[in-house]
Design a protein around this ligand. Structure first.
Ligand code: NDP
Length: 419
């Protein structure tokens, strides 16, 4: 019996909400709150006839802590699921602390305005000290650790697929498969085709910021940064086939480096088609990925936000996308004194997802882990005061829940390795 407040009602949130409604004995009451209330109302209306979960809706601007506090106080949830945007992570964490409520999200904090001088000074110091230049990092949310500990509250960070399930795979490998892990390669393959020359699978602004940033990986505890898309490999993915993939900076490398300090190298690769890369390069070259406002005909516009308005809404890709995703981790290390390799991954079919929840697999592979993470917290399996990432909790019940609710694991004990 629990009451949950979900903030956001976009592509990922709508999957997570539908999955919560499939587990009504735990998610007994749900409030869907977002900036655009009509989207929350439409989803609540769709779900009302098919779920026992009691759903209400609310309008909230999650950039405003006072508004959030008023909403949380009036609803009285056991958990707030932040499935809005990373820009809102800190305001929602502040509101949870003020109201004494547990918190979770699916992506680590980054600011909406990267030109803010106060943020910029801290960011530039971090770039120098840490050696990676992505706009997002965990330091902002890890800074809340003591406050959550003192309040006796749990904050679970980054509980989507990657970050999220990939870290549970790492915790699982460390617990059951290896005595020592030497290397981790996280491979994210989207073999889906939506028929557009260019579209992003989740929020375009967040997605394009991520993939246009320099790539980086961790080696012997230190970041190595390389120009964006400069490291390319080919890999033959189970049920998808041969794909080109590129090394990217990705947020879970940071927390895995901290929580598994003996691992010698951690890398992240994502597949991209040539058309996506050509379009992205061109848009970047003409300044369309910029977050700095420009004045156009007397009106201020942010180029990347204008681009977002032009691109297909990721939620609209569902009916058009065919093919599968394959996301997982390849490990090398030792067990019982012998060298060992191990690959654990999930394959997800875009059209199967669409049939079940009306979304493509990218939203599905993020929304299902968000529901499963919430399930772990609400059933008391993942609660400890403080701020934690997924690999810091017991992976077993979480992976069991993923197996049960739509993202079953596959394993390969002799995988091809990435050079
Ligand atoms: P969408 O843009 O589809 O949805 C975002 C939602 O948040 C919308 O409903 C939007 O409202 C709402 N929102 C935005 N700003 C505010 C605000 N100030 N106050 C209240 N509501 C707000 O994004 P996605 O669903 O694609 O992504 C959601 C999250 O999932 C992101 O943080 C993304 O980074 C993360 N993600 C994580 C992945 C993982 O594997 N870990 C993979 C993919 C995504 P409105 O309708 O008014 O715009």
């Amino acid at each position: 019996m629990s009451k949950v407040l979900v903030i956001g009602c976009g592509g990922v949130a709508s999957v997570a909400i539908q999955k919560c409604c499939q587990v009504s004995d735990v998610f007994t009451e749900l409030c869907i709150a977002s900036r655009t209330k009509s989207k929350c109302d439409a989803l609540a209306e769709k779900l009302a006839p098919i779920t026992k979960t009691k759903i209400t809706t609310a309008q909230v601007n999650a950039d405003n802590v006072e508004e959030l506090i008023a909403l949380i106080k009036s609803y009285g949830p056991d958990l707030v699921m932040n499935i809005a945007l990373p820009y809102q992570d800190l305001t929602i964490m502040d509101a949870c602390l003020a109201c004494g409520v547990n918190y979770m999200d699916t992506a680590n904090y980054e600011p909406e305005n990267t030109d803010d001088p106060e943020w910029r000074a801290i960011y530039e110091k971090r770039c120098k000290e840490e050696g990676f230049s992505a706009y997002f990092d965990y330091s902002w949310q890890w800074a809340y650790k003591k406050k959550f500990e003192e309040a006796g509250l749990t904050a679970l960070l980054g509980c989507g697929f990657d970050p999220g399930v990939t870290q549970a795979y790492c915790a699982y490998a460390a617990k059951h498969e290896f005595d020592t892990i030497d290397t981790i390669d996280i491979l994210d393959c989207n073999g889906g085709d939506h028929g557009y020359a260019f579209a992003t699978n989740f929020n375009p602004e967040i997605n394009l910021r991520e993939v246009s940033a320099p790539g980086s990986y961790m080696e012997n505890g230190r970041w190595v940064e390389v120009p964006a898309m400069s490291i390319k490999r080919e890999y033959n993915f189970d049920q998808v086939g041969e794909k080109d993939m590129y090394l990217l900076h990705h947020e879970e490398i940071e927390s895995l480096g901290k929580n598994f300090p003996d691992v010698k190298r951690i890398r992240f690769f994502m597949t991209f088609g040539q058309s996506y890369l050509d379009h992205m390069r061109c848009l970047e070259d003409v300044g369309m990925l910029s977050t700095t406002p420009i004045n156009y005909n007397g009106q201020e516009i942010v180029p990347i936000q204008f681009l977002k308005a032009l691109l297909p809404d990721p939620a609209s890709l569902g009916p058009r996308t065919k093919g599968k995703t394959n996301i997982g981790c390849i490990f090398t290390g030792t067990k019982d004194g012998k060298p060992k390799t191990y690959y654990i991954y999930n394959v997800c079919d875009h059209q199967e997802c669409y049939k079940e929840v009306g979304s493509q697999a990218i939203s599905y592979t993020t929304g299902v882990p968000a529901m499963c993470g919430a399930l772990m917290m609400l059933t008391g399996q993942w609660t400890k005061p403080g701020v934690y990432t997924v690999e810091e909790f017991n992976p077993d019940p979480f992976l069991d829940a993923l197996d049960k609710y739509g993202l079953p694991r596959s394993e390969n004990r002799a995988p091809a390795l990435v050079d």
